[in-house]
Design a protein around this ligand. Structure first.
Ligand SMILES: [Fe+2]
Ligand SMILES: [Fe+2]
Length: 167
């Protein structure tokens, strides 16, 4: 599942997270397909879970900051991913096939969540920023982890690249 521009929701920090999650799922599926060592698979699952935890924390923080009304339903979707990621760990111990099935499920889940639940946050973020310019300085979306990132670009909500995607 290569990253596609149409997955962008226009909030840079979250888009970078989504991109990274896509890449990690791809790496994982590839490791399973090519019969990668158990250690590589295990480590990639660990990385996936760390990224997902960090991303959900960041995104839920943004939703709280903008008083997103559907927070509980959205968090429930994140919980479903978290459960599936735990299942992935068990599946890996069972067989490569079982693990691949869970990874394929997550690969389908991610863009559908990004295009659905995540996209619904965007207008609330826009309107919050319009009323509170600088609301995110210090930014709740600031990266706090030390995991490697795909791009070290700063988060700047006013930057032109942060304009909502045009359809
Ligand atoms: Fe989300
Ligand atoms: Fe997300």
């Amino acid at each position: 599942m290569p990253w596609q521009a149409r997955y962008a929701i226009g909030i840079r920090a979250l888009d970078l997270d989504h991109q990274l999650l896509c890449q990690t799922l791809d790496t994982l599926l590839e490791a399973l397909r090519s019969g990668g060592s158990a250690r590589v698979v295990e480590d990639t699952i660990e990385v996936l879970r760390a990224y997902a935890t960090e991303h959900f924390r960041r995104e839920e923080e943004v939703m709280r900051a903008v008083r997103y009304p559907e927070l509980a339903a959205h968090v429930a979707e994140h919980d479903a991913f978290r459960r599936k990621a735990l299942e992935l760990d068990l599946a890996r111990r069972q067989s490569t096939l079982a693990a691949s099935e869970v990874v394929r499920y997550l690969i389908e889940w991610l863009p559908s969540h990004i295009g659905g639940a995540d996209a619904q946050i965007v207008p609330y973020v826009r309107s919050h920023l319009a009323k509170n310019p600088g609301a995110f300085a210090p930014r709740p979306v600031e990266r706090s982890n030390t995991l490697p990132r795909p791009e070290p670009a700063p988060d700047d909500p006013s930057h032109p690249r942060d304009a909502p995607p045009k359809h």
